[in-house]
Design a protein around this ligand. Structure first.
Ligand SMILES: CC(C)=CCC/C(C)=C(\C)COP(=O)(O)OP(=O)(O)O
Length: 403
């Protein structure tokens, strides 16, 4: 989500009250709530996962989203909002009422607990972003609304870090991005130090809405995830910030990378952290040794990459309209192959579709190995499909379909 900025933000968080810039960020509702800045609880035994996972119970009867049958590549779409030929199986649940409830709770959290996006227009942007529908579509096997909220808060926090520390129009600057992202990582991976510096660190986190949001979102997540799942998430977010830095480096130099380098970058600057919490939201755990299996990692990476390239395609027109230097899979293909952006867009669709097929092959192989792994890869597929549906449905507010 691109939030209008409440003024130029200093990317490096400072102790509360130490800078007028920080003070500007603190206007409006403040107070971090009781969940924020709490240290991770003491290590506790990991509850053993059930041998066979409990069947997911939907909060509401599953309602397939209104959409045409999954489309074969190159088949024209009946909906102008869909990218023609972009292959993805349909999402299995859509529920507007549930999404609205998640959005309402998100606004309450943002306003009352973390002081994020405090102005009316910013609240509207938060609702317009429709994180509620995203998590409802992407996690059809969620245990309940608390689990959906855990995913939604993290999604908002990740976007807030991107908005405030990385996006030029919201205050991110190249010379401070790396330092700001290291501090942002500490919002989910606490600093351990002598009391004096821990206190300074806490004040530093408390001084910035994006940091408060990530800290609070992580607290909620840790309350329902196992320590191994929380650890997995921290690792994925560190990689995400590596990707944010790579993108920022190219943008500040206005350098268009080669296609292979771009794909490497995008594998880090990626929706992966949203996909890999599918088991936490579903109320079960894929044990660390199974998660680490290279075949599972391949399935995670392919589904995450497809989801992120889907974003590149749906975002292209918006990014072109911004007038700022940007790059994405279509633009790097156009540069490397010296072709039109329209041709490059089609080639990017093919890359996306081939990745989805590779994921499906890997998922089919894995699903035969173990019921927990089967459920996990089904969760990855659900996320990929829900994300596709969310992007296609968010055209009016955020995305446009073709160059
Ligand atoms: C929510 C999350 C983990 C995001 C990480 C990666 C990311 C910011 C995207 C995949 C979105 O890409 P982009 O920065 O290009 O954003 P929009 O196109 O403006 O949606």
């Amino acid at each position: 989500m691109k939030a209008p900025t409440p003024g130029t933000t200093d990317a490096l968080p400072a102790a509360a009250g130490s800078s007028p810039l920080v003070a500007r960020l603190l206007y409006g509702p403040t107070g971090i709530g009781t969940h924020s800045l709490r240290f991770a609880p003491a290590l506790q035994p990991v509850p053993a996962p059930p041998a066979v996972p409990e069947p997911p119970h939907a909060l509401h009867a599953p309602q397939p989203p209104e959409q045409p049958e999954p489309q074969a590549p190159s088949t024209p779409s009946s909906s102008s909002q869909r990218i023609e030929g972009l292959y993805c199986p349909p999402a299995v649940r859509d529920d507007r009422a549930l999404a609205d409830e998640v959005n309402a709770r998100l606004v309450e959290w943002a306003e009352k607990e973390v002081g994020l996006y405090p102005e009316t227009e910013l609240r509207d942007a938060l609702v317009g972003f429709d994180a509620g529908r995203s998590v409802v579509l992407c996690h059809p096997d969620a245990v309940g609304i608390d689990h959906l909220m855990a995913a939604a808060r993290l999604l908002i926090g990740e976007n807030a870090v991107d908005d405030y520390f990385c996006e030029a129009e919201y205050g991110g600057t190249a010379d401070r991005r790396g330092a700001a992202l290291a501090v942002a990582q500490s919002a989910i991976d606490p600093a351990h130090n002598i009391p004096r510096y821990e206190a300074d660190w806490r004040a530093g986190l408390d001084s910035h809405p994006a940091l408060r949001s990530m800290r609070s979102a992580m607290d909620y997540f840790e309350a329902l995830a196992t320590p191994a799942q929380a650890h997995r998430f921290r690792h994925d977010i560190a990689n995400l910030y590596l990707g944010y830095n790579a993108e920022g480096d190219c943008i500040s130099r206005e350098r268009t990378p080669t296609v292979w380098e771009y794909l490497v970058q995008r594998q880090f600057n990626n929706f992966r952290p949203c996909l890999t919490l599918t088991d936490s939201v579903g109320g079960y755990e894929l044990p660390a040794h199974l998660f680490a299996d290279p075949r599972v990692q391949r399935a995670v990476t392919l589904s995450s990459n497809a989801s992120t390239i889907c974003n590149d395609l749906y975002s292209l027109r918006k990014e072109q309209a911004s007038g700022r230097f940007h790059y994405s899979l279509p633009t790097v293909i156009a540069a490397e192959e010296d072709c039109s952006i329209e041709d490059a867009f089609q080639k990017a669709i093919e890359v996306h579709n081939d990745i989805v097929h590779l994921f499906e092959e890997q998922a089919a192989e894995l699903s035969a190995t173990n019921p927990l792994v089967a459920r996990f890869v089904a969760g990855l597929a659900n996320w990929m499909s829900g994300n596709h549906e969310w992007h296609a449905g968010n055209v009016g507010t955020r995305y446009a379909t073709s160059p």
